[in-house]
Design a protein around this ligand. Structure first.
Ligand SMILES: *Cc1c(COP(=O)(O)O)cnc(C)c1O
Length: 373
């Protein structure tokens, strides 16, 4: 990708297509460039026009007719907002990796009673498992992570939403941080009550913004909630959304970037974007199977439940996740080690955002050399 940017360290070099972290992801140069524009007032026509342009395009990314709120925070802020605005008494947190564990911590640190439905990392939550847990105790919120970026597992959220709603007055709070804009997430059609994502994963924006949508059930609970605080109060978000503004001074530069990137995403179309991610994921899985015959490497996530934006691959015996990632670095490519305690067991490839199949092939070619060296 060519750039019109001045020679700024870290901006032009290395060339696009070498940076495969599962967040933050690589950002198009024209999107970066948009951030060099001068500030505008956050109460006034300039920002209102910008927010009005952004609003319907965010709704088409989220596949919803409801407002999509933009928060100047990282995604974790809106995870916390989800539990604090939606809970009455007790939360059930589905945990199958490090990010889903974060929901539990957000609840407990907010003084909310929470239980874990914890399964081994690398497994997915079946709807039956969730239905069973909802029979044992009374909950008003269930939290789930769609694409567990620490393991590469994709949870079946459409079916989980069905059993959650069948259990009564229970709402589902969904983290789609590494799946929104990479995998199908049908907020309205799947009746997802609260859905959040961050800017720096498959949306391919700089880090620092987060987005969420909440249905009437969640908004009604927010009205009664004594825990919603100020900064993450969904009622505040809604009040200012109606004026095409934000409750507080937004990250104006990031909004400039958002405006440009949403236009790119609109041009591509959501179905095409999902298909591109699926194709990159399937190629990575097939590549792993082929190389696995010789090296023993394998996919960490089970078949049928693999995320389209991030793949976790175990490393050959005698190698470590950090060793493979640094060997890749030496060849000019950035991939991630395993997450947290699984750091050296695997590597993680973030084939999400604006990457292409051609770029992925180059990456896999180099990774093959490193894995077999
Ligand atoms: C990256 C990530 C987060 C955390 O996002 P921050 O923007 O760092 O707060 C949460 N959940 C998932 C699934 C993620 O991949």
């Amino acid at each position: 990708m060519t750039s019109t940017l001045p020679e700024t360290p870290g901006v032009l070099a290395p060339p696009f297509g070498r940076f495969f972290l599962p967040g933050p992801t690589e950002v198009r140069h024209d999107v970066l460039h948009a951030m060099t524009q001068q500030m505008i007032a956050h109460r006034g026509k300039g920002i209102e026009d910008l927010m009005a342009r952004v609003a319907p395009r965010l709704q088409s990314v989220f596949r919803t007719t409801r407002p999509v709120y933009t928060s100047t925070s990282s995604a974790t802020g809106l995870m916390e907002a989800g539990v604090r605005n939606a809970v009455r008494e007790r939360v059930l947190c589905l945990i199958n990796g490090s990010f889903s564990e974060r929901f539990y911590k957000a609840a407990v640190n907010s003084g909310i009673a929470a239980d874990k439905l914890e399964i081994p990392f690398g497994h997915y939550h079946s709807p039956d498992m969730v239905a069973e847990a909802l029979k044992k105790n009374s909950y008003d919120v269930v939290t789930v992570v769609h694409s567990e970026t620490s393991t590469g597992v994709l949870n079946p959220i459409a079916d989980i939403a069905k059993v959650v709603h069948a259990a009564g007055d229970v709402v589902l709070v969904v983290d789609t941080v590494s799946s929104m804009a990479a995998a199908a997430v049908e907020c309205d059609a799947w009746d997802l009550d609260y859905v959040l994502t961050g800017s720096q994963k498959a949306m391919a924006l700089p880090s620092g913004l987060a987005f969420c949508t909440a249905n009437d059930r969640v908004m009604a609970r927010a009205k009664e909630s004594k825990r919603r605080g100020l900064y993450f109060d969904l009622l505040e978000f809604d009040e200012y959304y109606k004026k095409n503004q934000s409750p507080n001074t937004p990250a104006v530069s990031l909004l400039y970037a958002l405006d440009v990137q949403l236009a790119h995403m609109e041009r591509e179309g959501m179905a095409a974007r999902w298909a591109r991610h699926t194709a990159m994921a399937e190629r990575t899985w097939a590549w792993t199977r082929d190389l696995g015959e010789k090296t023993g490497i394998r996919l960490f996530a089970p078949e049928g439940y693999r995320a389209p934006g991030v793949t976790c691959i175990t490393v050959p015996q005698g190698k470590t996740g950090s060793g493979v990632a640094s060997a890749m670095k030496a060849k000019g490519f950035v991939i991630a080690t395993g997450y947290g305690k699984m750091k050296d067991e695997m590597v993680r490839i973030g084939h999400m955002g604006d990457h292409t199949m051609e770029e992925l092939e180059v990456l896999l070619g180099t990774l093959g050399e490193v894995m077999t060296a």
